[in-house]
Design a protein around this ligand. Sequence first.
Ligand code: GRF
Length: 233
Amino acid sequence: MRSKTRLGHPSLVTRHWFSMAEKTLVILISGRGSNMEALLDARLPARVAAVISNNPQAKGLATAQQRGIATAVVDHHAFPDRAAFDAALAAEIDRHRPDLVALAGFMRVLTEPFIERYRGRLMNIHPSLLPAFPGLDTHRRALAAGARVHGCTVHFVTPAVDSGPIILQASVPVPPGDTEERLAARVLVEEHRIYPLAVRWFVEGKLKLEDGRVVIDEACRQPDAVIPLRGRP
Ligand code: GRF
């Protein structure tokens, strides 16, 4: 039944329409795609318009297709340099006009023009507590350094690799005798928890990058909103 309020106050209807406008997400992957799956499983209030990979063999492509998500491959081998690859990747992304581009195990270094193009709407998950251990082999390096605590970071992407304003982090203990495999698995559980949460805040309009700093709604900072992240084994 149509409510009188909706018929009688079109301005309210309009405001409601805008605030509820569905956000569009593009996810970039290079391999397994478990973080991509975590984003898909999270039932975010957003439409995942496409999953794009630089690697035609990426396992995550099949997973996305099985879930009815459009996929595309922009194979970096087909381009003479990073600039040409990034331009082709941007063209593929822009077809979908995304509000957010989520790097989910995307293993290419991106050029500055690409990163600037998506400033404030390009997010990454990195398997360490940044700024410790940027780059590759983070779990092995954390063990070699004798780190007692390790973890993962969601951040907005800026031109320096694995740098950029930090949105969320989750930590795991590193017990004596830990192995790279066990540590990676423990961190991955946390990745799958914090990445969907950060993306949810973004698409719900509770998180933004402003003057190079992360701004998160006060409500997301309440202890109740954070404790469940860290409290589970
Ligand atoms: C994750 O640990 C991610 O943080 C890192 O690469 C791994 C990719 O895993 N950048 P998946 O493809 O999301 O399963």
